[in-house]
Design a protein around this ligand. Structure first.
Ligand SMILES: C[S@@+](CC[C@H](N)C(=O)[O-])C[C@H]1O[C@@H](n2cnc3c(N)ncnc32)[C@H](O)[C@@H]1O
Length: 348
């Protein structure tokens, strides 16, 4: 059986020999991006992880060796950045997270063909459609999108006839969402700067709530969940997506994140822009956003403890949704993805 831990440790050790700025930082970025890409190219197939994990890490390790020699041979003196961001491993990162999304998700514009914002709206549309959350379901419903970012879930619900309130503590994201609503001529959206920990709405105001990819970033997810429960009507539905724990995929994610601890995210952002790497918002998320992965059982327990019931697992539409039920013939699915991406619809 593949000893992923051993490969990860060797890779981490080699990464550690690179400084955290300049050319060394570019090497970190290029290596971790190609590591993640190679994992993505293999992990969604039925091939044996014992074979490709070794190959992938061997390749990355030899790339790091070559770059180490190269940097040493040109006597490049990459000065270490002394003034690191407050971010340290294990630190509370709610504030960093809000800043990160404020700055990076706005790279998704309506006009840029590579980072086309519409593509990311379509991902949500696909998921809603697959789960029969259609025009009939949404028409006339009052919906809240908690941690709406630049609003793609809100736009989907509004285009299906809902009246939508999108909230996010990221001021720039909210401004951007408002601008997009005008550009796309989507009515019935109402965006405001608010924090999930303290919503301005009265009890039982909404028929539907969504919190898509937010709770796993929060230092206090229970408090946010309490607020969501409060503003939802009895019988109201709650769409939740959180990232599940376990598996090689999440282990790789973890080492990539560790590699960027202590590097201000704006340095990395500038280098990725200069390297012209598309999907910059996704890379910045993989490198910096804090993830508290949760098991399927723990997530369900947390929802039930809050008072939610009838917790139904939602179907996924894309491979990168990492829905473990999408790979029924893969005997290694647990080893690879753990609990994968968890998407449920719960009832208050
Ligand atoms: C991965 S993004 C998801 C955005 C959106 N839900 C989507 O699916 O496109 C996570 C979002 O959570 C927001 N967030 C972070 N802390 C928050 C908090 N305390 N309350 C509400 N939202 C928060 C971030 O600002 C960011 O926009």
């Amino acid at each position: 059986m593949v000893d992923t831990k051993k490969y990860i440790e060797t890779y981490e050790e080699k990464l550690r020999t690179f400084k955290k700025s300049g050319l060394s930082l570019a090497v970190r970025i290029i290596s971790t991006i190609s590591l993640q890409r190679e994992i993505d190219n293999n992990i969604f197939t039925n091939s044996d992880p014992n074979i490709y994990i070794k190959k992938i890490f061997d390749r990355q390790n030899s790339y790091l060796d070559i770059m180490n020699h190269f940097i040493a041979s040109i006597h490049l003196n990459d000065s270490e950045t002394e003034n690191f961001s407050a971010q340290k491993e294990g630190d509370a990162r709610d504030d960093l997270h809000i800043e990160l999304f404020n700055d990076t998700w706005r790279t998704l514009t309506l006009s840029d063909p590579l980072n086309n914002y519409k593509k990311w709206i379509d991902v949500i549309k696909g998921r809603l459609k697959l789960n029969n959350l259609d025009r009939k379901f949404f028409t006339g419903k009052k919906c809240i999108d908690i941690g709406c970012g630049t609003g793609r879930f809100s736009f989907c619900m509004a285009s299906l006839g809902a009246k939508v309130w999108g909230i996010d503590p990221g001021q720039k994201s909210i401004e951007f969402a408002k601008k997009l609503a005008v550009e796309m001529k989507i009515k019935d959206t109402n965006f405001s700067v608010q924090n999930a920990y303290n919503l301005s709405f009265t009890e039982e105001y909404f028929d539907f709530a969504t919190c898509n990819g937010v709770l796993h970033h929060l230092d206090n997810p229970g408090k946010a969940l309490q607020e969501i429960y409060r503003v939802l009507k009895p019988g109201g539905k709650f769409w939740l997506y959180v990232e599940g724990s376990g598996g090689i995929y999440h282990d790789v994610w973890d080492i990539i994140q560790k590699s960027f601890v202590g590097i201000p995210f704006r340095d990395t952002f500038e280098i990725i822009k200069k390297l012209n790497i598309p999907d910059i918002h996704l890379w910045m998320d993989i490198f910096y956003a804090k993830y508290h992965f949760i098991s399927f059982e723990e997530n369900e327990r947390r929802l039930r403890n809050m008072g939610f019931n009838n917790i139904q697992v939602m179907k996924s539409s894309e491979l990168f949704d990492i829905d473990v039920s999408m790979f029924p013939d893969d005997k290694d699915v647990k080893l690879k993805f753990g609990d994968g991406g968890i998407r449920v619809l719960a009832t208050k």
